[in-house]
Design a protein around this ligand. Structure first.
Ligand SMILES: Cc1cc2nc3c(=O)[nH]c(=O)nc-3n(C[C@H](O)[C@H](O)[C@H](O)COP(=O)(O)OP(=O)(O)OC[C@H]3O[C@@H](n4cnc5c(N)ncnc54)[C@H](O)[C@@H]3O)c2cc1C
Length: 276
């Protein structure tokens, strides 16, 4: 099948994209890499009468160092993060995550904001950037608001964004090598979406400990009392059941295993990071 007819406009900036969305039609949508929206258009699951292309919006194509954080423009691609074309806010963790998203052709086009706004519960940036406490910077015309990712997702494939809002970028706090991190995902084959995932962050400098359960068919959950979990004072089976009571027995077993492996990686003496 092919898409229904649509108007097309390319935006030069996030503000211009938002202004165009407000002007052209109520059902207009941004398009970035087209890796998720493209198939939906072709299958006519999405039928916008207009598309606003943000993939070349100048403020969304670069990353900048803000001192305490790196701001990634929303149209930065997975490949650019993988290749180190933009600075990594972490000691290589983001590049390692990017490298394992899909395959190279998807990573060449797919963008960090496109992935977040598509809000697939199994997507890597959805889970990893929530675990890292990142914020999205949202443009509506020349106005800007900042939303913590833990408040951004309202359901599977749903976010707080209004129709004329554009994710201009993502702000990720810098993490030093003293911090420990792990992200574990179970996939049927390399480059697939995760069937279960978990992430652990231990940052002594910022006095932060975060544990996330992902790919739960809903937005990710940051687990309560992460220190007790790391210290083995809470049963992982109870933790997963409490955080995601809707999971099938099979999915629950997989999530418990993902959590166990992420914890082992983040607490072992070996090199932090990784997971598979
Ligand atoms: C074969 C295949 C395998 C994949 N495997 C994985 C995987 O293993 N892990 C993973 O995480 N992802 C995977 N993906 C998804 C991939 O990461 C996509 O790049 C991503 O989901 C969407 O990014 P995009 O830039 O292509 O967005 P688009 O497809 O262009 O847009 C997606 C949605 O976001 C909206 N949007 C885009 N940019 C903005 C913006 N700046 N502001 C507001 N709204 C915006 C669009 O309107 C649309 O609703 C896979 C995709 C394919 C095709």
């Amino acid at each position: 099948m092919k898409p229904v007819r649509f108007e097309y406009a390319a935006a030069a900036s996030s503000a211009a994209a938002s202004a165009l969305l407000a002007q052209v039609a109520d059902d207009a949508k941004p398009i970035a890499g087209g890796q998720s929206l493209g198939p939906m258009l072709n299958l006519r699951l999405a039928r916008p009468s207009a598309l606003v292309d943000v993939s070349r919006a100048s403020d969304m194509r670069t990353a900048r160092d803000e001192g305490d954080a790196i701001f990634y423009g929303g149209a930065v691609t997975h490949a650019e993060i993988e290749d180190g074309d933009v600075p990594d806010a972490t000691p290589g963790w983001l590049a390692a995550v990017a490298r394992r998203i899909a395959y190279r052709a998807v990573r060449n086009r797919g963008t960090i904001a496109g992935s977040l706004v598509h809000a697939d519960p199994a997507a890597d940036w959805v889970n990893v950037l929530t675990a890292l406490g990142a914020h999205v910077v949202v443009a509506r015309g020349s106005a800007v608001r900042t939303v913590a990712l833990c408040d951004f997702f309202t359901g599977p494939f749903a976010t707080v964004l209004a129709h004329d809002e554009v994710v201009a970028g993502v702000r990720v706090l810098k993490r030093r090598a003293t911090a420990r991190w792990s992200y574990w995902k179970f996939c049927l084959k390399a480059g697939d979406f995760a069937k279960a995932s978990a992430a652990v962050l231990r940052d002594p400098e910022r006095r932060e400990t975060r544990i996330l359960l992902g790919a739960i068919e809903r937005p990710p959950v940051l687990l309560d009392d992460p220190l007790a979990i790391l210290q083995g004072r809470r049963s992982l089976a109870d933790v997963v059941t409490q955080a995601a009571p809707h999971l099938s027995d099979e999915a629950r077993t997989l999530h418990i295993a993902a959590l166990r492996r992420a914890i082992a990686l983040a607490t072992s003496d070996g090199k932090p990071g990784g997971g598979s």
